[in-house]
Design a binder for this molecule. Structure first.
Ligand SMILES: Nc1nc2c(ncn2[C@@H]2O[C@H](COP(=O)(O)OP(=O)(O)OP(=O)(O)O)[C@@H](O)[C@H]2O)c(=O)[nH]1
Length: 273
């Protein structure tokens, strides 16, 4: 059981590290510096799908007005919790059933919320990669504006992982941006249709969300679209509000410490390359 827990923890760690490493490449592009051979190689390997667009401004600068319409979210959670299913339900209203687990995906969609045209990007990391080489962060990162943390109500370990992830996000935020409001996050208890084999009560989910002051919803990606849509819309509104009030995006140290903290929890040591 411990081994499985540690594997799941490693998977979450991998997801965050991958997210951060993508932000690192985007930050490098923004600074307009030449990328190293290693970065070019990695970029080529991952292909177009996960490539991020540079914004032409250095990390730490406030967003320009146009950028306020670019919303970036990331899904985090245990392997098999239903991250892809939840996301695809939101984006396409469909439930496909099986999703590729061995690739990272960056989904893009234009949508309108409260009369504003938004460019949404959602990063859905694969949680099965080798963690060893990925828990490394040495450059500024500036990517996700909000997080969706997903667990499976029929899998207690996935709930415990979600708890850890929420703590990491909070701690990293406090460390990097003391004066800033918490980063928008929502907690999703997926697979509500499996309530006959439930291992996590709805009250537990709700009280965890209250503890972290984030919205919570139990959903079934297999059966329902409305609740998932409502949850994402709420999160995106939160991100829009958050971006409006944010003038200083000092994610550098926060992102570094996020990886460090996650590594601490899951027993990984930082390495240099
Ligand atoms: N019964 C039920 N099954 C679901 C639901 N959502 C997802 N699943 C199933 O759970 C399995 C995992 O779903 P994914 O969306 O691939 O989970 P994931 O978190 O993206 O997994 P990784 O990509 O491996 O990290 C798939 O077989 C889905 O069909 C749900 O709401 N109800």
């Amino acid at each position: 059981m411990f081994k499985e827990d540690s594997q799941r923890g490693a998977a979450v760690c991998s997801a965050v590290a991958e997210l951060l490493s993508q932000g690192q490449r985007a930050a490098a592009e923004r600074r307009g510096r030449r990328r190293t051979g290693r970065e070019n190689k990695e970029e080529g390997r991952r292909g177009e799908e996960t490539r991020l667009r540079g914004k032409g401004q250095p990390p730490g600068c406030p967003r320009r007005c146009a950028d306020m319409n670019d919303i970036k979210l990331a899904l985090l959670g245990s392997r098999g919790a239903g991250k892809s299913a939840v996301l695809v339900r939101f984006l396409t209203k469909r439930f496909i059933g099986e999703y590729a687990s061995n690739t990272n995906s960056l989904y893009r969609k234009r949508l309108s919320i409260d009369g504003r045209q938004l460019n949404l990007e959602v990063f859905d990391p694969c949680s099965q990669q080798n963690v060893e080489s990925r828990c490394i962060l040495e450059e500024p990162v500036d990517w996700a504006d909000g997080f969706v943390v997903v667990y499976d109500i029929s899998d207690r370990l996935s709930f415990l992982n979600a708890k850890n992830v929420l703590c990491q996000i909070k701690e990293a935020r406090m460390e990097s941006c003391k004066s800033e409001a918490d980063v928008p996050v929502c907690l999703v208890g997926n697979k509500q249709d499996l309530c006959h084999v439930r291992q996590v009560s709805e009250d537990e989910g709700r009280s965890l969300a209250q503890e972290h002051k984030c919205p919570f919803q139990e959903v079934s990606a297999a059966e329902d679209h409305q609740e998932i849509s409502g949850l994402f819309t709420k999160l995106i509104r939160g991100v829009m509000e958050h971006l409006k009030h944010r003038t200083d995006r000092r994610r550098y140290s926060g992102s570094k410490s996020m990886v460090k903290l996650i590594n601490n929890v899951f027993g990984k040591r930082r390495k240099s390359v």
